[in-house]
Every structure is written in structure tokens, then in C-alpha cells.
Design a protein around this ligand. Structure first.
Ligand SMILES: CC(C)(COP(=O)(O)OP(=O)(O)OC[C@H]1O[C@@H](n2cnc3c(N)ncnc32)[C@H](O)[C@@H]1OP(=O)(O)O)[C@@H](O)C(=O)NCCC(=O)NCCS
Length: 167
């Protein structure tokens, strides 16, 4: 059974492990220094988790995925969507993103959703496109405006956007 609940601090090491394990997929399509291991250090995760509203997906009581969102300026950013590799393509990423979107709709602060991912991460791009996100023309400008990420990451990333339907 799949359940989604708010991230708790006690989930930290489990979630960080999933992020760094799932992010190894980038190593197949990116070269160093764009690709680096780990994807996220503990300090970086703690910094992100202080700001981002994270949720975990639990399958039969075990954490198997994570995703979060944060409001920046006039948009909501979808952040750090990661599913444990052996649980991928079973609808867990979909359940997480739908959960985030439903909360953003309920909170009614913005209709604009933005997500950034590496421009060669074809699986992530396919995933977001499947959920109604479209690649923006001016990714670099959008990423610069909304994301606080290193230049090398921004230069190798694209942004996708979605407009939420008003209830
Ligand atoms: C992107 C990710 C979160 C999707 O999670 P998931 O639980 O596998 O996704 P779902 O099962 O809900 O959705 C599957 C859809 O995602 C896309 N997708 C997932 N893996 C894919 C792959 N290897 N190749 C192509 N498309 C893929 C497809 O659109 C797929 O739909 P389909 O099965 O009908 O073809 C997961 O693949 C992941 O953790 N990847 C590594 C980290 C990453 O790239 N995260 C994105 C950070 S912005």
C-alpha cells in the first residue's frame, strides 16, 4: 500500500540515501564535473529541508520516494523528486507530484509551477511532460530567476512549467 506523508526530521538519512541512490542515473548521461557524487551532502539536504516542504512516499511502511515544493517569487517550484530505483515506474513519482500539486492548488498562492532538471535527463523530462509540464523557451533566464543553483548546474538544465487549473 502506498501512503504519502509529510517529511519528518527522523526520515533524513533514509531520504538522503534515496536521493543519492536515484541520482546515480545522472551518471549515465552526464560527465564530471557536471555529474558529481553524492548528488547532495547532508548539510545541503538539511539546508533544503529547512525551506522546502518535503513529502515522503511509503510503500508497505518503507520510504521509497521523496518530493517537495517551495514558493519563490510568483511561482511554486517542484523540488527534488526522487524514487528509489527498484520502485521506479510503478506510479510513485506520479503519486508524489499529484500530492504536491493538490496542496499547491489548495494553498491558492499561485497557479504557476516550475520544475528544473538536467537537460539530458530524458526520463525526468518525459515524466514531467506526462504530467502536463512543458519545456520553456528561455530556461536559462527562468532558472536564474527562481533557482539558487551553481552556474554549471543551471547551464546543463532546463525548466518546465505548468499552469494549474483554478478550482
Ligand atoms: C523521475 C522519477 C522521479 C519518476 O518516478 P517514477 O516513480 O518512476 O514515475 P512514475 O512511475 O510515476 O511515472 C513513470 C513515467 O515517468 C517517465 N519515466 C520514468 N522513468 C523513465 C525512463 N527510464 N525512461 C523514460 N521515461 C521514464 C515516463 O513518462 C513514465 O511513464 P510510462 O511508464 O507510462 O512510460 C524517477 O525516475 C527518478 O527518481 N529518477 C531519478 C531522479 C530524477 O531524475 N529525478 C528528477 C529530479 S528533477
Amino acid at each position: 500500500m502506498l501512503r504519502i506523508r509529510k517529511f519528518r526530521w527522523e526520515d533524513t538519512f533514509m531520504v538522503l540515501g534515496i536521493i543519492n541512490e536515484a541520482a546515480k542515473a545522472y551518471g549515465k548521461v552526464l560527465k564530471p564535473p557536471v555529474y558529481h557524487e553524492p548528488q547532495m551532502t547532508l548539510d545541503e539536504f538539511l539546508c533544503e529541508a529547512n525551506r522546502i516542504k518535503f513529502f515522503v512516499a511509503k510503500m508497505n511502511g518503507k520510504i521509497v520516494g521523496v518530493a517537495g515544493y517551495e514558493y519563490v517569487k510568483d511561482v511554486a517550484l517542484i523540488r527534488h523528486v526522487y524514487v528509489k530505483p527498484e520502485y521506479q515506474r510503478k506510479g510513485i513519482g506520479t503519486a508524489l507530484i499529484k500530492h504536491l500539486e493538490s496542496l499547491i492548488v489548495k494553498e491558492d498562492k499561485t497557479e504557476k509551477l516550475i520544475v528544473g532538471t538536467y537537460n539530458v535527463a530524458y526520463w525526468a523530462i518525459a515524466f514531467y511532460q506526462k504530467h502536463g509540464y512543458g519545456i520553456v523557451e528561455n530556461s536559462n533566464i527562468i532558472l536564474k530567476k527562481y533557482y539558487n543553483i551553481p552556474d554549471i548546474q543551471r547551464e546543463n538544465s532546463i525548466a518546465l512549467k505548468k499552469l494549474l487549473l483554478k478550482r
